[in-house]
Design a protein around this ligand. Structure first.
Ligand code: ADP
Length: 193
């Protein structure tokens, strides 16, 4: 499903973040990227969602080389991806439900479909009872759950996440990890740094 061939990324400052990397990630895998700070984990993820472009090599997702894909196709690529980063970047003046609904609204999905998907996704992450609250009224772990719901509401094939528990305490981190495992069991490919 995801095939990486001889991928190299050299930043403008000359740093070689990835050097001739080849790897395959099958549909439905749970893939961990492990390595010390600076190993290139975030670079790899940013290449996967086309935040960065490769210096050389290919990233083929479902038969398409996303490195050479025109910029105009990138939004369509990302519709099949959920992305969860460490800094939550939630809309502070909008409720939990509105944060989760936002991307669907932008895509012009009908209100009835949005309501159902938001409700289902908030149930999955265990937050339906807090749907009317603002992000500032939630704990860090709960805010990260909102981010996970926001990433999942579009029913992505691939969930990409960069140290999602990096800013959370260990007990909360375990909950978040088991949530990712549940998501993976439902068939979503998960790629986690
Ligand atoms: P990790 O996520 O494993 O900590 P990164 O992918 O963030 O690693 O970084 C890999 C290397 O690339 C590091 O040496 C880092 O300093 C460098 N790097 C990351 N982002 C940039 C950038 N935007 N410009 C220049 N160098 C970068």
């Amino acid at each position: 499903m995801i095939e990486i061939n001889q991928l190299t990324k050299i930043y403008a400052n000359g740093v070689r973040a990835l050097d001739n990397l080849s790897v395959k990630i099958a549909k439905g895998d749970f893939c961990f990227l492990v390595g010390p700070s600076g190993a290139g984990k975030s670079t790899f993820l940013r290449l996967l969602f086309r935040e960065e472009v490769p210096t050389s090599g290919q990233i083929v997702i479902d038969g398409r080389d996303i490195g050479s894909m025109p910029e105009s196709r990138v939004p369509y690529l990302r519709r099949n991806m959920g992305i969860v980063l460490q800094d939550f970047q939630l809309l502070q003046r909008r409720t939990v439900a509105e944060n989760v609904a936002f991307a669907l609204r932008v895509m012009g999905v009908s209100d009835s479909v949005i309501d159902r998907r938001v409700q289902d996704t908030l149930e999955l992450v265990g937050l339906s009872h807090k749907r009317r609250m603002l992000p500032s009224e939630l704990s860090g772990g709960e805010q990260q759950r909102v981010c996970i719901a926001r990433a999942l509401v579009n029913e992505p094939l691939i969930l990409i996440t960069d140290e999602p528990t990096g800013n959370l305490d260990p007990m909360i981190s375990q909950d978040i990890m088991s949530l990712f495992l549940d998501i993976n069991k439902r068939g979503t490919t998960v790629i986690m740094a």
